[in-house]
Design a protein around this ligand. Structure first.
Ligand code: FO1
Length: 308
């Protein structure tokens, strides 16, 4: 079975572990967010691609939620001591990956090619593609000013209310090689339980990707990132309240208007969750262990099968 998954960071990484437990990873393509990529200390960092890589390779720090397990911070301590940029915490093991990626990008290798090499080196069996090889950056507009995603999220602790988002470079960004083919050939298209605005939004900001979903042949199923109207982690609920008018399943589905056929929601959100034109699939969506990850992946895949 061929499965294409639009994927943000940590929630998507957990979900993808469930997907590859449910189906052969050789048929799975994850299309990853690059809107929160940044250049820091001379390095090119792609946090969401890396969350997927580390999780699928069994190397992620489950408690912190990002970066690598068994991490040490000696280089960062040195950076701090020397007055360098230390607000975005790059661990020693993580740094190794950023060195390899940054050198490759400087040589002119596309992000999709270096991502494929990193995935192979880490033993990741699914195909991980960045949404685009072009520069695309999420800009968060607030009363305090406009910030790059990581400035807003990490440096300012996502405390500023978001008025608007825009995606620098999206107008001219082309899908990375393989992205449109994966969507076209998929038996099922899934949208991972990621923040619709800052994790999936930048992927859908690539015009040809949005059009591919609008004109899909396969059923598309999104998984809500909210449980009881609250985000498991991060600002998705606050953003939904401010930018989508609420945190009910209907408002999550509205973020994907015309792009999905079904929405997986948590039992806690099931009361009165009628969404015109979108089937709801109710399960327990917390993915805190292997059973939970598999349950959510199977709910989405079975929901899609019922629509075919
Ligand atoms: N998140 C933080 O809250 N603080 C950090 O210092 C931080 C560093 C970091 C380094 C590498 C990486 O791959 C991810 C990192 N993250 C950090 C997570 C990241 O900011 C977000 O989780 C994603 O961009 C949102 O999906």
């Amino acid at each position: 079975m061929k499965v294409a998954v639009l994927a943000g960071g940590v929630g998507a990484a957990r979900f993808l572990r469930g997907v590859v437990a449910a189906v052969d990873p050789a048929g799975v393509t994850a299309i990853g967010n690059v809107g929160d990529d940044l250049e820091i200390l001379g390095l090119s960092v792609s946090p969401d691609l890396d969350s997927v890589l580390y999780a699928l390779a069994g190397r992620s720090d489950e408690v912190r939620g990002w970066g690598r397990a068994d991490e040490t911070w000696n280089a960062l301590e040195s950076v701090s001591e020397l007055g360098g940029d230390d607000w975005f915490r790059l661990g020693d093991r993580d740094l190794g990956l950023h060195l390899v990626r940054s050198e490759a990008l400087r040589r002119g290798e596309p992000l999709s090619a270096v991502t494929a090499r990193l995935a192979a080196a880490l033993g990741v069996e699914l195909t991980l593609l960045p949404a685009t090889d072009d520069r695309l950056r999420t800009i968060v507009e607030t009363r305090a000013g406009a910030f790059s995603f990581q400035e807003w999220f990490v440096a300012r602790g996502h405390r500023d209310e978001v008025d608007r988002l825009h995606f620098d470079g999206a107008d001219s960004a082309a899908p990375a090689p393989g992205v449109l083919a994966a969507l076209d050939e998929a038996d099922v298209i899934l949208i991972a339980p990621s923040n619709p605005f800052v994790s999936i939004g930048p992927i859908l900001a690539v015009k040809a990707i949005r059009e591919a979903l609008e004109n899909r042949r396969a059923p598309a199923v999104a998984v809500s990132p909210l449980i009881g109207g609250r985000a498991v982690k991060g600002p998705a609920d606050a953003m939904m309240t401010r930018l989508a008018g609420g945190t009910a399943p209907r408002q999550v589905a509205d973020c994907y208007k015309g792009l999905i056929d079904a929405l997986v929601i948590d039992e806690a959100d099931a009361d009165g969750a009628e969404i015109p034109g979108v089937r709801t699939i109710v399960t327990r969506t917390l993915m805190d262990d292997a059973d939970g990850r598999l349950r959510v992946a199977e709910a989405a895949l079975e929901g899609a099968a019922a629509l075919r």
